[in-house]
Design a protein around this ligand. Sequence first.
Ligand SMILES: CC(C)(COP(=O)(O)OP(=O)(O)OC[C@H]1O[C@@H](n2cnc3c(N)ncnc32)[C@H](O)[C@@H]1OP(=O)(O)O)[C@@H](O)C(=O)NCCC(=O)NCCS
Length: 176
Amino acid sequence: MPQAPATLRDMAASDVGPITAMDALLFGVDCWPRQLFEDELAAPLTRRYIVAEVPGGDGRPQTVGYAGLMCVPPIGDIQTIGVLPEFEGRGIARAMLAELIGEARRRGARDVMLEVSATNPRAQELYRRFGFEHIHTRRRYYRDGSDGLVMRLSVAAWTGAAAADAAETTDTKDPS
Ligand SMILES: CC(C)(COP(=O)(O)OP(=O)(O)OC[C@H]1O[C@@H](n2cnc3c(N)ncnc32)[C@H](O)[C@@H]1OP(=O)(O)O)[C@@H](O)C(=O)NCCC(=O)NCCS
């Protein structure tokens, strides 16, 4: 498959349907209801949601990933992140995470937090490479019964190095 660069843009109301379907595919019993995405998009003062697109077969952009941040300084929280399986391993999650950590920094966050399942080594590795550290375990946090690992990144210590090569091929673009 050709490795077309991904483009990031802010999530729009029209993305909510496709993103809810993608979330169900990626997270199964732990997926979010559509209303939750709508509520998140309705709170831009404390939230930023983005999508990643690549050129589709018909030349039109195809949405292949999404991610969301809640930020109430001094804490930012990565609420969710996902990439379609066929587009994994291209640095798309890395680019989205870098964008949201940068957003948290712009909004005055000192730390960025997230939860990841203890049964998700792929995502844990992604976060570790950014410098996130495991600080706490929430027993049976997820509906599938798995533990949640709480991870924290000090924004001041973040250099963006983990995302450097992804950032070269990814632009951020607001659709408005
Ligand atoms: C986790 C997820 C978001 C990663 O998306 P992605 O676009 O494939 O990630 P990237 O290509 O940016 O990879 C980033 C890093 O993840 C790690 N990673 C990627 N593939 C990996 C694999 N097969 N095994 C272990 N680590 C891997 C690596 O550290 C990689 O960095 P590298 O490319 O420099 O080696 C994606 O697999 C996904 O959506 N999974 C289902 C939903 C989910 O688990 N979301 C996270 C919830 S906390």
